[in-house]
Ligand binder design. Structure first.
Ligand SMILES: *Cc1c(COP(=O)(O)O)cnc(C)c1O
Length: 493
């Protein structure tokens, strides 16, 4: 049972705050700004505090428990970076200030551009895009601009593997280009023979290919260099989805593998917590061929105004820029956290992030693989995909297992994605979880598998301990209730 809402406990005349007596003349508000018929709740201070605290505890949160979501997982978000982003010098700058007065902020952006370029193996970076999907759109628009600049306007196809993140085909369509799907092989790689055939079918029309690597199976493509060479031979460009750089940090650089453009999710891998709709940040890194097409402005050094003591930073527009993709300069507070995160960890620390992310995922996979089938069973990167399809429990589905995990105190992993794995459970433990937490989660999954065989209805009815029981997801999507309505019988005064 969910606790009563603040409207239901309202009683006429109760008040959570009292204001001092007015000591200035009252001002009239313009007509239409005030309404007497607005039913505002009337509650005491303590009831109000309890209402909001109760709501905050009704949600599952990464600060409350293990949250192995898969792909869109929130990774390490050091709390100190929340303080850093709120330092007045960062929090109070305004985008309309003169460049001379915000040299510190520009130096930070310039430094972050260099760090990200170095981490990804790229020539230049723009910090403008507001999220991962927005970085993808920016990248695809740059790829298209590159071909148009060379007079190749007939190029209209982007190849996207069937194991790609859903945003890849979505951004391609949004940019007006056509998606052609590339199938996976039995080891979870892009099927090379099929890719060659697709390339031959669309000869001369390829804008490029978008590759999520590691892909949504958590697997690093074993033929990535051949894929890049194939696409380049066709005159196409290679887009890398770098949302989950925690798998590669300090170990492999997409630019070195031949990728021409890649987006980073600062709100996943580089410290900013996400959820609740933002803000995020999805910078793009590019190789030499796309540097001139970066969205404007990027931060550069004005050599004429620089001295031996200090560089002078300024906003610049690349010569063939696709233009602006975001108001002002992107989400600066997210950049501050990413900069602090990279400086704090250093190159050794960043490499350890990748090592632990991969170790933790492989450890967890190893602990559950005998019971939960793993369809492409080879060493994984930062996440793995197993199946909620258990021997001796034919009526139990991935959804039942996911819901039952809530009773054990864990957030369910992503389920039914990627689409190429039936009954998929996609698990990303992240780099920061302890061996004890990983073991507790594995033990829960194994205990649930036992329950599935002996007491399947326990799973079908789960969750049993959550503030709300299992939702009718079809009805929830079809008959949305988006507004609180007063109860039919108002409470007695
Ligand atoms: C999260 C994610 C995205 C999209 O990022 P948003 O910031 O949510 O737009 C793209 N690709 C992959 C692989 C992701 O995990």
């Amino acid at each position: 049972m969910i606790e009563p809402l603040v409207f239901e406990i309202s009683r006429p005349g109760r008040c959570a705050a009292s204001l001092p007596k007015l000591d200035v003349p009252p001002a009239e508000l313009p007509d239409g700004l005030t309404r007497d018929d607005l039913p505002l709740p009337e509650v005491s201070e303590i009831d109000l505090v309890r209402h909001y605290l109760r709501l905050s505890q009704t949600n599952f949160a990464i600060d409350k428990g293990f949250y192995p979501l898969g792909s869109c997982t929130m990774k390490y978000n050091p709390k100190i970076n929340e303080d850093v982003a709120r330092l007045p010098g960062f929090a109070h700058v305004h985008p309309y200030q003169d460049e001379e007065t915000v040299q510190g902020a520009l130096a930070l952006m310039y430094g972050l551009q260099l760090f990200l370029a170095d981490i990804g193996g790229f020539a230049a970076v723009s910090l403008q895009p507001a999220a991962g999907a927005h970085g993808e759109l920016t990248g695809v628009l740059m790829m298209r601009a590159y071909h148009l600049d060379r007079g190749e306007s007939q190029r209209d196809i982007i190849l996207v593997p069937d194991s790609a993140h859903g945003t890849n085909p979505a951004t391609t369509s949004m940019s007006g280009l056509t998606v052609v799907e590339a199938p996976s092989d039995s080891r979870g790689n892009v099927d090379l023979a099929a890719l060659k055939a697709v390339c031959a079918d669309y000869r001369g029309r390829l804008v490029g290919m978008m590759l999520t690597n590691p892909n949504t199976l958590g697997l690093f493509d074993e033929h990535v260099e051949e894929i890049v060479a194939l696409v380049h031979d066709e005159g196409g460009l290679m887009y890398g989805d770098g949302a989950n750089m925690n798998a590669l940090l300090g170990v492999a650089r997409p630019g070195d593998l031949g990728f021409d453009v890649l987006h980073y999710n600062l709100h996943k891998t580089f410290s900013t917590p996400h959820g609740g709709g933002g803000p995020g940040s999805g910078p793009v890194g590019v190789g030499e061929r796309l540097v001139d097409f970066l969205p404007a402005p990027v931060v550069g050094v004005d050599s004429e105004r620089s001295s031996d003591e200090a560089l002078f930073f300024t906003f610049e527009t690349p010569p063939k820029s696709i233009g602006r993709v975001k108001a002002f300069h992107g989400h600066f507070g997210v950049m501050v956290r990413a900069y602090a995160y990279i400086r704090m960890l250093g190159s050794d620390g960043l490499r350890r992030v990748a090592e632990y992310a991969v170790l933790n995922a492989n450890y967890l996979k190893h602990r559950v693989a005998g019971v939960y089938p793993v369809p492409y069973d080879r060493p994984c990167m930062h996440e793995f995909v197993c199946q909620g399809r258990l021997e001796g429990a034919p009526d139990v589905h991935a959804l039942d297992i996911a819901k039952r995990l809530i009773d054990y105190g864990f957030h369910p992993p992503t389920n039914y994605f990627p689409l190429i794995v039936p009954e998929a459970l996609m698990i990303e433990p992240t780099e920061t979880e302890s061996r004890e937490t990983l073991d507790a989660f594995a033990d829960a999954l194994l205990a649930i598998a036992e329950e599935a065989r002996n007491e399947p209805d326990l799973l079908h009815g789960a969750p049993h301990s959550a503030p709300l029981r299992r939702l009718d997801e079809v009805r929830a999507a079809r008959s949305l209730i988006l507004r609180w309505e007063p109860p039919e019988q108002p409470a007695e005064g």
